[in-house]
Design a protein around this ligand. Sequence first.
Ligand code: SAM
Length: 255
Amino acid sequence: MTDVQGAAISRLRAAGCVFAEEEAEILAEASAGADDLAAMVGRRAAGEPLEQVVGYADFCGVRVRLRPGVFVPRVRSELLVRLGAAAVRPGDVVVDLCCGSGALGLAVRHRVPGIVLHAADVDPVAVACARDNLPGGAVHQGDLFAALPPGLRGRVTLLLANVPYVATRHLPFLPAEARDHEPRTALDGGDDGLAVFRAVAAGAAHWLAPGGLLISEITEAQTGPALAAAAGNGLTPTITTDDDLDARAIVSRQP
Ligand SMILES: C[S@@+](CC[C@H](N)C(=O)[O-])C[C@H]1O[C@@H](n2cnc3c(N)ncnc32)[C@H](O)[C@@H]1O
């Protein structure tokens, strides 16, 4: 271990990082030299998520590029990727709505090369980040479906929508990394956390192909109202959970 790395470990430990050694190694690998490492350690010690500091997250077998201020893909979202990938074949249209970094669409495409992937987000920083990850791909900016090319109406086989779903009153209880370094638009789902999901469910029927799926992550407490929102918009919803990932998905099928 070099003196520089030793100093990095000490600084991270002093800042309360539980995995100071491992993080120092990751930061050293990602840095361009001693000054760069010191700057990165400073950002991490100040509470910025490790993935934003190093500029990437490893998610579902793909390395996803990240920018400061962009939602860090969560391990639990692997459930959405697994369910989505199982439902599509090459040539199918897949939309990653509320795409953030584009991690979900990228991971589905990694599993099923040949899908026709579109991604969209309202946040210009997220859109720039998704363009980093999907170079030459179709990444659109705008509010939910308004961002999508009208030609996709009725042709979407898979609509992934990992919408913000934290109830507003729960935001203060999120870890500081999320609260302070991820934008509120990426987290805040309104009164019961389902405001954006309801808007997506309301529009989905116009965009899904017959038999197409809308897949979203929710909490256990949101199960009943989320099922009602999907069914109320003509979709047939089911719930899938994964205890190991602590994940719950609502999968809504277009008749
Ligand atoms: C929970 S993050 C998920 C990001 C990404 N799908 C992932 O799983 O890593 C939610 C994303 O929804 C976007 N978003 C919030 N409201 C939106 C809206 N009205 N239209 C489009 N995107 C929106 C946020 O900017 C954020 O990137």
